[in-house]
Write a protein that binds this ligand. Structure first.
Ligand code: UD1
Ligand code: PEP
Length: 429
């Protein structure tokens, strides 16, 4: 199993290209199930989750082809992925495939909308909480589906097709918003989603669905209205920049010092996290090509944060921010409100000398003047990268094991950081 070795102490200077967002790419790929024509996605990141989802989609009958190329500076550009679901050959999404990735459960919406039936295993994904699927079930039932849970599978049927309705989520859910929005595009009549997720990835999916012929208004606000159509057609869509990757590298520079241009990054996708970073003493400037992030030798100021749905501080940056706060000049409080078990990085950061204690949903971090490198274990995707950020600033060598988590969501992490002066390498065993 591969591990990542980081020798801390180097500043980061240079350019980091920001990839297309994993969390937009996955629902966009799933949207290909809604049409028998080709959906072409550009700026697709090379990630384990993307490869995994192509397997799941091909099991349903989706043909796909991938093209990637290098630009003039020998920099890899995002891939172009063409997906064609001319015929759906299987409406079952099996446990062996779905258990590896939470987002694969979302195929339930398009399969039901197009084929009027689906049998989808209950999902897996990052072990950061119980992560139930009740909002999906209630939402699809509101659109007229009969639903049964059978031996770990959600079995949905709507023999006469789905019918638009009002769907109100008790709590904001990104995945349930994606799924109901996709299902509603082919339902009869109007669907209104209340308390919809406003995340940029929902807007990106809505834009792609609109390009495919869907009638959707209000994506990016808490109320989305979808007027069902008879069929969707093929389209070309470029995946939005990854705001979590952007925030992660911005925090890495805030940690090590230096100056980085995050090429292709968009400030409007992560205002709250950038505001917090500015309060820590990091300078962030918008430029025509991306975001410039700079921190000189001055210390890191402690800042309290609470994770919230967009436009609040994202839970997917909580672990990385905690890593940064381990070196702050004082105490900070980090409150996680989205997932009940998303502090697994705390005990690993402690191995590096971080001083953190947990009080319910809040982690209280007392900044230390130095971290010391040590062997640590990645527990989930964002936790893994928080250990890399801590390792970049720790004295000596940090070895992060179980990096397969990292490969789910960070494209060429070692390569991007090495080019900016970090001492980081993958060790295969
Ligand atoms: C692939 C992808 O895009 N993953 C993101 C997505 O996950 P995901 O879509 O799984 O997360 P949700 O937004 O659905 O989860 C938000 C909260 O709602 C709860 N909930 C959700 C559905 C449901 O039926 N019942 C229920 O109780 C969850 O347990 C959680 O407490 O949004 C999360 C929140 O921004 C991010 O951390 C993940 O990176
Ligand atoms: C939690 C994440 O992914 P998933 O929802 O696929 O587990 C994530 O991207 O941080």
């Amino acid at each position: 199993m591969d591990s990542i070795k980081v020798v801390g102490g180097a500043q980061l200077n240079g350019i980091i290209p920001i990839s297309g967002a994993k969390n937009a790419t996955l629902p966009l790929m799933i949207a290909s199930l809604l049409t028998d024509e080709t959906l072409t996605l550009s700026n697709v990141p090379r990630l384990r989750d993307v490869a995994q989802l192509t397997q799941i989609l091909s099991n349903h009958g989706v043909d796909y082809s991938v093209n990637g190329k290098r630009n003039g500076q020998d920099e890899l550009e995002g891939q172009t992925l063409s997906l064609t679901a001319r015929e759906i050959v299987d409406t079952t999404a099996p446990y062996e495939l779905v258990s590896k990735m939470r987002a694969s459960f979302w195929v339930i919406g398009p399969l039901l909308a197009r084929m009027h039936e689906a049998r989808v295993s209950l999902p897996g994904g990052c072990a950061i909480g119980t992560r139930p699927v009740d909002f999906f079930i209630d939402g699809l039932a509101a659109l007229g589906a009969d639903i049964e849970i059978d031996a770990g599978y959600v079995v949905v049927k709507a023999p006469g097709g789905l019918v638009g309705n009002r769907v109100e989520f008790p709590k904001v859910s990104v995945g349930a918003t994606h799924t109901i929005m996709m299902a509603a595009t082919l339902a009869k009549g109007e669907t209104e989603i209340i308390n919809a997720a406003c995340e940029p990835e929902v807007v990106d999916l809505a834009n792609c669905l609109i390009a495919m012929g869907a009638k959707i208004e209000g994506a990016g606000t808490p109320t989305i209205r979808i007027q069902g159509v008879h069929r969707l057609h093929g389209a070309h869509h470029a995946v939005v920049a990854d705001r979590i990757e952007t925030g992660t590298y911005a925090m890495a520079v805030a940690m090590t010092g230096g100056e980085i241009l995050l090429k292709g990054a968009r400030a409007d996708l992560l205002h709250s996290a950038l505001d917090v970073l500015r309060q820590t003493g990091t300078e962030i400037t918008e430029t025509p090509t991306g975001l410039k992030v700079y921190r000189n030798g001055n210390g890191i100021q402690p800042v309290d944060i609470t994770t919230e749905p967009f436009p609040g501080f994202p839970t997917d940056l909580q672990a990385q921010f905690m890593a940064l706060m381990t070196r702050a000049g004082g105490q900070s409080r980090i409150t996680e409100t989205i997932f009940e078990n998303r502090f697994m990085h705390v005990q690993e950061l402690a191995r590096l000398g971080a001083q953190i204690h947990i009080d319910g949903r809040t982690a209280i971090v007392d900044g230390v003047s130095a971290l010391q490198g040590a062997p640590v274990m990645a527990t989930d995707l964002r936790a893994s990268v928080s250990l890399v950020i801590a390792g970049l600033a720790a004295e000596g060598e940090t070895s992060v094991s179980r990096v397969y988590h990292l490969d789910r969501g960070f494209e060429r992490l070692e390569d991007k950081l090495t080019r900016c002066g970090a001492q980081i390498e993958r060790v295969s065993s």
